[in-house]
Ligand binder design. Structure first.
Ligand code: PMP
Length: 443
């Protein structure tokens, strides 16, 4: 329990910097009695997101200003944006924060229709449907598409929303080794013969689910190879682009654009608006038939309140900026910047001797700590030097593969990145996680 929680203001104005308040908790049992020898615990909460250079915040000893290396604000749209923010504010006044209705009971505004058209054309699919939450997009759609008698083949590191959606569908689930197309083929071959017509199979439907960029690995999906396998075995493809849409590709259109994949080869394209677009919600894009089917049958569309109009406006506006439809070249600059920032940060970390996972161009870069005991020291020492990083451990990763997960944004300046690298280098020496000494990296 804490009597300090009124200090927590979850208002998201911008994510390059944030303030942290340390909350001290007295650990009690369910009758409110202090648990005998347990010391007071503490945790840090994000007090206030701001890009206002600390003009308004009263400093107290508990609050420090940190550089945020953990947020998914890949293009910086979650900070006050000169094009998006005034339009979001106008929408808030015109429509209010919520429609208070489901899509089919009066919760569809012109903005919802515009958003779906915009998303479909952005991801180059005939149609799209949007939901108020990215997590729900996966977990509610899969049970509509798949059922008992269908087969889901899922990458072993797919996100929990996919895992839960798959489990909830009642379909049979098989897992293939993370990002290994030859193992996917093995699993498919166990289930059906290559080239076997759909009508002669033991499964009503087979769907293969992958992600564009894996959020704990920073790795790009081996999409061309996976599509080739799916075509050979006539399996449907489902691609979650939560971390890749808007973040990679020449015009921000995700891994398909980056890897030269025709979106016609992906049956179901899923993504979230909580990362590159600085908003909330998720989408499914696909054929008109698929989207119409979902609109008539998906309970999360029929029975849940529609996505908030200001959130919808934020997405529409940020896509317009990405595509240059705001009349500026800011979108193109942001895309070039995130790529440059990511590749710079990754290569500098590697030069310092850190083991960094993931691929070039990916803004997600896990630094391996391995031993979970190194987590508290690493994050605490970074935080002491005003750099906030997210650390990840079991059960999100295997027990001995703990890591710090850096997320790079287009809105990090070069000075920010250099400062962060200096801090991470010092902390890396202190904690002992430079596995490749700099001399050994010299040619
Ligand atoms: N899919 C993936 C791959 C994710 O990483 C996440 C969350 N980070 C989600 C879905 C859920 O998205 P949201 O946070 O927008 O609900």
């Amino acid at each position: 329990s804490s009597n300090n929680l009124q200090g927590y203001a979850p208002i998201c104005l911008g994510l390059e910097d944030f303030y942290i308040r340390r909350l001290y908790l007295r650990i009690q049992d369910c009758f409110g009695r202090p648990i005998s020898s347990a010391p007071d615990a503490w945790f840090d909460v994000v007090e206030r997101y701001s890009n206002d250079n600390n003009k308004t915040l009263k400093r107290t000893t508990n609050i420090s200003r940190c550089l945020n290396l953990g947020s998914y604000n890949y293009l910086g749209f979650a900070a006050a944006d000169e094009y998006c923010t005034p339009r979001v504010v106008e929408t808030l006044k015109k429509y209010s924060p919520s429609t208070c209705s489901s899509r089919v009971d009066g919760g569809t505004t012109d903005l919802h229709n515009e958003l779906e058209e915009k998303v479909a054309s952005f991801v180059r699919k005939p149609a799209a449907i949007v939901f108020g939450m990215g997590y729900v997009t996966n977990s509610a759609i899969l049970p509509v598409l798949m059922r008992k008698g269908s087969l889901i083949i899922s990458d072993s590191l797919n996100h929990n929303s996919i895992v839960n959606g798959a489990r909830g569908s009642g379909a049979t689930i098989r897992v293939f080794q993370h990002n290994v197309p030859s193992h996917l083929e093995e699993v498919l071959r166990e289930q059906i013969a290559e080239g076997q017509p759909r009508t002669h199979r033991p499964w009503k439907k087979i769907i293969v689910i992958v992600e564009g960029i894996y959020s704990m690995e920073g790795e790009l999906c081996k999409l061309p190879e996976i599509i080739a396998v799916c075509k050979r075995y006539k399996a449907y493809t489902y691609l979650d682009e939560a971390h890749s849409i808007g973040a990679v590709g020449r015009t921000g259109r995700g891994v398909c654009e980056l890897l030269g994949v025709d979106t016609a080869d992906i049956d179901i394209m899923m993504g979230t608006f909580t990362k590159s677009f600085g908003s909330c919600g998720g989408y499914i894009a696909g054929s008109k038939e698929l989207i119409n089917y979902l609109k008539y049958t998906c309970p999360a569309h029929l029975y849940a309140t529609s996505i908030s109009p200001p959130a919808a406006q934020q997405i529409i506006s940020s896509i317009k900026v990405i595509l240059g439809e705001d009349g500026s070249n800011r979108g193109a600059k942001k895309l070039a910047q995130i790529r440059e920032n990511s590749n710079f940060f990754r290569s500098e970390l590697q030069k310092m001797g850190f083991e960094v996972l993931g691929d070039n161009d990916s803004p997600v870069m896990p630094i391996m700590l391995y031993n979970p005991a190194k987590i508290p020291a690493f994050s605490r020492e970074c935080l002491k030097q005003n750099v906030a990083v997210v650390t990840v451990a079991f059960p999100a990763t295997p027990l001995l593969l703990a890591r710090a997960r850096i997320c790079i944004s287009a809105s990090h300046s070069k000075e920010d990145l250099i400062k962060a690298l200096e801090v991470i280098s010092r902390v890396g020496d202190l904690v002992g996680i430079k596995y490749f000494p700099a001399e050994s990296l010299k040619p």
